[in-house]
Design a protein. Structure first.
Length: 74
């Protein structure tokens, strides 16, 4: 019958698998945070650019209505 002893090789493989899994989780977490920040920044700058673009649009020949004002001095 086999003894329930754990081989050193199996123990090393388990720790390396655990370390690899933690590295993958850390990488995925960092990637998701970086991706979220970059999308948020891109969206913010796009809205800012659009606001400046709309703000700079102007009518080249503004509409004016002639007024008939009479200045009365006393």
């Amino acid at each position: 019958m086999d003894s329930p002893e754990v081989n050193e090789e199996d123990q090393i493989n388990d720790t390396s698998d655990e370390a690899s899994r933690r590295r993958r989780i850390l990488f995925r977490s960092l990637f998701s945070v970086a991706f979220s920040l970059s999308v948020f920044s891109l969206f913010s700058f796009s809205v800012l650019y659009l606001a400046v673009l709309i703000g700079n649009l102007s009518i080249w020949s503004p509409i004016s209505v002639h007024s008939r004002c009479k200045i009365v001095s006393s």
